[in-house]
Design a protein around this ligand. Structure first.
Ligand SMILES: C[S@@+](CC[C@H](N)C(=O)[O-])C[C@H]1O[C@@H](n2cnc3c(N)ncnc32)[C@H](O)[C@@H]1O
Length: 251
């Protein structure tokens, strides 16, 4: 469980929900690179503002759903309210889960991805949107957790996992970081980051960004196979990489 001072994700969401912040998120990488993005604004945004790939992924959601790293609960709430699905929102941030409850999400748990077990139920859809394939941390942990998800799901289940192809960038700082990671024997897109907000700061954690080919290699022997990729039509500028959603199916 995150301490209050470590719950930077939760505090930025809670303040933005109450109109007490501009909705920026500060991401610090372990090579000193710092980037501000529209984190809380995105995590509390409405359906009309979402990408086509997110909308298609949500259209394919069915049955009993678990939303891992649900943040402010935007995807969970959409599926609960608009599609009438049973949804469990899970997040390691206690305050993010409080935001979800305040916004009307019925089923929530403060838990990290590593703590999930079939005791929570059996699921038909696993949501990992908002780049949350990253929560797998590294390829070894990804394989272990994917095998665990197999145990927690029903035949025909799907995982909707969003990632960012880190190689689709020209930014010299990102390219140098890939080289640094290779020297450290890490995957080039295995970014070590922490999130800062006011005096709150998460612990350092590894967030895994992978190309489509790397994702396919990670899936090998996990019980999950690729059904299709939903890709972004345009790259963001300046580009950190190309976002896409992978629809994975249980073997
Ligand atoms: C990039 S945000 C995405 C939020 C949401 N999926 C969305 O798209 O709006 C990542 C979320 O994952 C949560 N998180 C980070 N590490 C986690 C972990 N190990 N287990 C579960 N959730 C985690 C954070 O607290 C944060 O709310």
């Amino acid at each position: 469980m995150l301490s209050k001072l470590e719950d930077a994700y939760g505090h930025q969401l809670f303040d933005f929900l109450r109109g007490k912040s501009q909705g920026l998120e500060i991401v610090e990488r372990d090579d000193g690179f710092i980037q501000a993005n529209l984190g809380p604004r995105t995590y509390l945004s409405d359906y009309k503002d979402w990408s086509d790939r997110e909308k298609v992924a949500l259209r394919l959601a069915k049955g009993n759903v678990i939303d891992i790293g649900c943040g402010g609960g935007r995807h969970s709430l959409y599926l609960q309210q608009k599609k009438g699905l049973q949804v469990l929102g899970v997040d390691v941030s206690p305050l993010a889960i409080r935001v979800c409850m305040l916004r009307g999400l019925k089923n929530t748990r403060v838990m990290s991805i590593e703590q999930l077990t079939s005791r929570l139920g059996r699921f038909d859809t696993v949501l990992m949107l908002g780049n949350n394939f990253g929560l797998f941390h590294n390829p070894t942990e990804a394989k272990k957790l994917l095998k665990n998800f197999w145990q927690m799901t029903n035949p025909g289940a799907r995982i909707m996992a969003e990632s960012l192809d880190p190689y689709k960038t020209q930014d010299p700082f990102h390219l140098a970081y890939h080289e640094l990671n290779k020297r450290r024997r890490r995957m080039p897109g295995q970014v070590r980051i922490r999130i800062r907000y006011k005096k709150y700061c998460t612990p350092w954690f590894d967030y895994l960004l992978v190309s489509k080919q790397e994702m396919k290699e990670i899936l090998h022997n996990t019980g999950w196979k690729l059904k299709r990729f939903l890709s972004a039509k345009r790259l963001e500028f300046p580009s950190r990489g190309q976002p896409y959603v992978a629809i994975l199916e249980r073997d």
